[in-house]
Design a protein around this ligand. Structure first.
Ligand code: HEM
Length: 194
């Protein structure tokens, strides 16, 4: 019988979604690919929360609620910080183990994550909270600081991801069709001042 906990969190659905393509008569590779899928799926769940909070920050900023907007932005930053340390989980996947199931990914790549792209795109925008008039306008110090901290957190995520990719695939091209490391290096910008 399903508990209220499992029902509230829809655990049967959630825990039925980790499905390695490795056949289960190869248990070591199956466990490695399960780990890889779990790391990516849990990251996507966290990114969906970051997007919710970024929307909320925009609503608050447009309503002139700067303190609330800064609070929401700091929660987005906390999530991005966790996403950065979350990447460290993959330090527990040996590059040769990844290479063994990598062909099963076909051309799937994190670069196709619509949620990560949306998060990165919005955070890079000069006025990422939007303004009623559509014009850039000066935010209060607290919001400006919170935005700066968020951009810095994204840069840390990208740097950590780059190091992970270097360890995992070295100079080989990405499954998304890019050059891999060189492409990812070109995506790292330092956050703008102020
Ligand atoms: C074995 C571990 C990983 C490898 C080898 C890897 C490799 C790559 C490569 C080579 C790219 C460039 C695009 C391409 O040609 O594929 C890329 C992009 C990307 N990956 Fe990963 N990745 C790994 C883990 C992750 C994880 C855990 C996440 C988050 C869930 C992630 C999210 C992304 C994102 C969002 C991009 C686009 C980056 C940007 O726009 O700056 N990757 N990855």
């Amino acid at each position: 019988m399903e508990t209220p906990y499992a029902c509230y969190l829809q655990l049967p659905d959630l825990l039925n979604l980790q499905r390695p393509r490795t056949p289960d008569d190869r248990p070591a590779q199956w466990a490695d690919e399960h780990f890889f899928i779990t790391v990516h799926q849990s990251a996507e769940v966290l990114v969906s929360q970051a997007l919710v909070d970024l929307d909320r920050a925009g609503q608050q900023a447009r309503a002139g609620q700067d303190a609330g907007a800064a609070t929401s932005l700091r929660r987005v930053t906390a999530v991005v910080d966790v996403l950065e340390s979350h990447l460290a989980l993959l330090d527990h996947l040996a590059p040769e183990s990844f290479t063994a199931f990598r062909p099963l990914l076909d051309d799937a790549s994190g670069a196709q994550s619509s949620q990560f792209s949306e998060l990165f795109r919005r955070i890079a925008m000069r006025d990422c909270l939007g303004s009623a008039s559509g014009e850039e306008h000066t935010r209060g110090r607290e919001v400006a600081d919170a935005l700066w901290a968020l951009r810095a957190a994204v840069t840390r995520w990208r740097t950590r991801h780059l190091l992970l990719v270097e360890r995992m695939i070295g100079d080989r091209p990405g499954t998304g069709g890019t050059s891999g490391l060189a492409y990812l290096r070109s995506r790292i910008d330092l956050p703008p001042d102020g």
